[in-house]
Every structure is written in C-alpha cells, then in structure tokens.
Design a protein around this ligand. Structure first.
Ligand code: HEC
Length: 129
C-alpha cells in the first residue's frame, strides 16, 4: 500500500527532525551560586544580610556564603532547590509576597533580568558551582 508506506516514512522523518532539533541547540546554561548568584546577593542583599546587618538581626538570614544562604532564616530555608515558587527568597524579590516584605528592603526592586536569573537558578537545583 503506497499510502501507508509514505505515512511510515513521513512519521520517521518527523521523529528524526524532532530529535535533531532537540540536540542541535545549545543546552541552556546551568546557573550556579558562585558564577551567577553571589554577585547579585553581594551587590543587593549582603549590606543588610551580613553579621550585624538589620536583615540578619531581624530574620537570622545571612547571605555572605552559599551555606549560609541555603541555611535560611531562623525559621528555616528560603531556597527550596527546584521550586522557585515555594522559595521565600524568590517570592520576596519578585514581589509575590506581602509588599511590605519586598527585598531589597526600602530600595528599588531588582531588574527583571536579575529576578529571572534567581528563579532559573533555584529551578535548576540551586547549585553551588
Ligand atoms: C536595607 C536592608 C535590606 C536589604 C538591602 C535586603 N534585606 Fe532582606 N531583610 C531585611 C530585614 C530588615 C529583614 C527582616 C524582615 C523584615 O523586617 O521585613 C529581611 C528579611 C529577609 C528575608 C526573610 C523573610 C522571612 O521569611 O522572614 C529574606 C528571604 C530576605 N530578606 C531576602 C533578601 C534578598 C534576597 C535581598 C537582596 C535582593 C535582601 N533581602 C536585601 C533587610 C534587607
């Protein structure tokens, strides 16, 4: 049956095209704390979230190292690897929480591009390096 044969070939061709397009593109860059996130936190957060800073004093959240950032506040983690939407750190910078809690406190919100970097980093597993 020529029609059937043609369909089989077309299906195989389509499958190959899907496979090729999947492999041909560069894999998305995996973001890491050391390369991508630490510079953001150092610039926008550490002034208050350091030893003796107002943010650390009030919440217990220290953000000067990966370990401290992952430890979170005295109530628990603010970064849940793989789940930006459940991560307080992302919710506060993206304004998905009580506006009075928006971070950085009393300052302009982070640029959208920086916010999406934080989101992607958490969703990719919040890797250190
Ligand atoms: C001007 C000071 C200041 C800056 C800058 C700042 N914070 Fe805070 N942060 C605070 C204070 C103060 C608290 C304690 C909660 C409160 O009083 O609102 C806090 C609390 C937090 C909490 C814990 C909220 C909770 O669950 O209790 C997170 C998460 C947080 N900050 C993230 C950040 C991030 C991320 C940045 C940088 C983008 C940042 N903060 C920058 C002052 C600051």
């Amino acid at each position: 049956m020529p029609t059937k044969h043609f369909m089989a070939l077309a299906t195989a061709g389509f499958a190959a095209a899907v496979l090729l397009s999947g492999c041909g593109k560069d894999a998305p860059k995996v973001l890491t704390y050391q390369a991508d996130i630490k510079p953001i936190l150092d610039q926008h957060c550490v002034e208050c979230h350091k030893e003796g800073g107002s943010g650390t004093e009030k919440s217990g959240l220290l953000m000067d190292t990966y370990a401290a950032t992952m430890r979170g506040t005295r109530f628990g983690p603010v970064v849940i690897p793989g789940q930006s939407i459940n991560s307080t750190l992302y919710r506060l910078v993206s304004n998905k929480a009580d506006p009075s809690l928006r971070m950085p406190h009393d300052k302009a919100p982070l640029p959208d591009e920086t916010i999406s970097k934080i989101k992607d980093w958490i969703d990719q597993g919040a890797k250190e390096q």
